[in-house]
Design a protein around this ligand. Structure first.
Ligand SMILES: Cc1cc2nc3c(=O)[nH]c(=O)nc-3n(C[C@H](O)[C@H](O)[C@H](O)COP(=O)(O)O)c2cc1C
Length: 209
């Protein structure tokens, strides 16, 4: 009875390839025996604010001294972390925007990376991730191709950044599913989605079993 947190971040709503393939992945996981709850969080610029000084400040105020506005900021930030803590499997859908992740997903990461809760520094100043025992599947879509020998040289700061940031908060077991060639033409786009689906069959089913 493992629980899934399903996060999408494309601006394209139901037309989003990363969201569609990630939804298929969730279905695949459920068929493979991940039968707990599924909590969906569709990040949009309307519902995912940037981390603000007001929120940072509110987090430092003792609970019984917070104003109503401060409390609502803390409640929102806490709810994002609680959703993450309550998940055994996280399915993350992220298009590449200007070589990296959408700003909504960055804002979500800014809210869930909290000292003492999801990470801490040891006495040597090294970061220790505090989230444990979670499997992450990240479905990343791109207009072009970034799978060569030198992804960073090619401008790949989406998977590279996500992998680093997730590890920082303790999410080390991450499987990436790639949807490439989405801006190259219809045929290439369809091939990119088909390849992602076969990655799900090969990788996800093997890991979920
Ligand atoms: C604002 C914006 C920026 C983009 N930047 C890049 C980019 O830097 N590199 C790239 O390969 N594709 C880029 N694309 C193309 C998307 O990554 C591609 O269409 C992807 O499939 C979108 O995922 P979605 O269908 O889940 O929305 C960009 C698209 C948009 C809308």
């Amino acid at each position: 009875m493992r629980n899934i947190l399903f996060i999408t971040s494309s601006l394209m709503g139901e037309r989003s390839k990363s969201s569609q393939v990630a939804a298929e992945l969730v279905t695949t996981l459920r068929r493979a025996g991940v039968t707990g709850s599924v909590k969906e969080r569709a990040l949009t610029p309307e519902n995912m604010p940037h981390l603000s000084l007001e929120t940072l400040g509110a987090l430092g105020v003792p609970a019984d001294q917070r104003s109503a506005v401060q409390q609502s900021k803390v409640t929102f930030a806490d709810s994002l972390i609680e959703e993450l803590e309550g998940a055994d499997v996280v399915v993350l859908a992220a298009p590449m925007y200007n070589f990296t992740i959408p700003t909504t997903l960055k804002a979500w990461l800014d809210h869930v990376a909290r000292a003492g809760r999801t990470f801490r520094y040891n006495e040597k100043g090294q970061p220790i991730g505090l989230l444990k025992n979670k499997k992450v599947y990240a479905v990343v879509s791109r207009g072009g191709y970034y799978g060569g020998d030198d992804p960073v040289g090619a401008g790949e700061f989406q998977e590279t950044y996500l992998r680093h940031m997730l590890r920082f908060i303790g999410l080390e077991d991450v499987t990436f599913i790639h949807i490439e060639g989405q801006a190259v033409g219809l045929e290439a786009a369809e091939k990119g989605v088909a390849l992602a689906r076969s990655e799900i069959k090969e990788t996800v089913l093997a890991v979920a079993a």
